[in-house]
Design a protein around this ligand. Structure first.
Ligand code: SF4
Length: 252
């Protein structure tokens, strides 16, 4: 977890008892039927398919926002566009735990759905994280697995394979904290490079935890030009990929 400390120190700071996070933009987006989004900087993984890699690792491109300031930016977009959901994207939101929880709380007070998109590793690592999340009724946690096996995870993220299992641990911690699978949290998985037989084993593992977790949101590689460039430079060719503007309706 040394990388976590390094990245956290780069993208998080404390000002007068408030945890601020680096953001690089705020925007409306088409996913979930329309969602107001804050894009944060910083992640503990380095996924080869990550669409935000140019910003994700570059603290010089962003500015620090307190939870209240980020709330105001995101809320204004939600109001202007007539959306009813919000999220953080671009990097990994859980790195700045206090900031994230304070932001979720602000939207909860307004009765607005917050979708927490996360790789889940820090929720798997820290059981108390799940207990804190479970306090909010308007929160939906989307645990996005990076590949479907330890070996694939290591190859795709550059992180040690043991961290793959922290993603399963995150599911267990959320269940232990009283959150309901399929309602309060669900599984997504990047299968752009996965073999069919590994997907079957992955589904079996989810089924053993709770059959409601097998309703997986499957993710394909989005072939933005900068993602294609990166994959090409690494000599990688995805098995499942879509062009960003040819995404099938059911995936949006
Ligand atoms: S976990 Fe998400 S934000 Fe982090 S590198 Fe992977 S795809 Fe990008």
């Amino acid at each position: 977890m040394r990388k976590f400390e390094i990245v956290k120190n780069l993208v998080t700071r404390e000002r007068e008892g408030v945890e601020e996070r680096l953001y690089y933009r705020f925007r409306g987006d088409r996913w979930y039927g329309g969602i107001a989004t804050g894009d944060v900087i910083g992640c503990i993984l380095s996924c080869v398919f990550c669409w935000s890699w140019r910003f994700r690792d570059n603290p010089r491109l962003g500015a620090f926002y307190s939870p209240q300031q980020a709330f105001e930016k995101i809320y204004e977009i939600l109001r202007r566009k007539g959306f009813d959901k919000v999220r953080l994207s671009g990097g990994e939101p859980t790195i700045s735990k206090r900031h994230l929880i304070d932001l979720i709380k602000l939207f909860d007070e307004k009765n607005i759905t917050f979708i927490l998109e996360t790789n889940g590793i820090l929720i798997g690592y820290d059981e108390s994280f799940a207990r804190e999340l479970a306090k909010y009724n308007n929160l939906i946690v989307r645990i996005s697995f990076k590949g479907v096996s330890e070996e694939e995870f290591e190859r795709l993220t550059g992180a040690e394979r043991k961290f793959f299992n922290y993603q399963f641990k995150a599911l267990e911690n959320l269940m232990k904290s009283g959150m309901t699978p399929g309602r309060d949290f669900y599984v997504a998985a990047m299968i752009g490079f996965s073999r069919d037989e590994d997907i079957k084993i992955f589904l079996k593992k989810l089924n053993n935890l709770d059959p409601r977790l097998t309703d997986v949101d499957w993710e394909y590689v989005f072939l933005y030009p900068h993602v294609e460039y990166r994959l090409k430079s690494l000599g990688l060719k995805p098995l499942r990929a879509v062009k960003p503007y040819e995404v099938p309706r059911e995936m949006i």
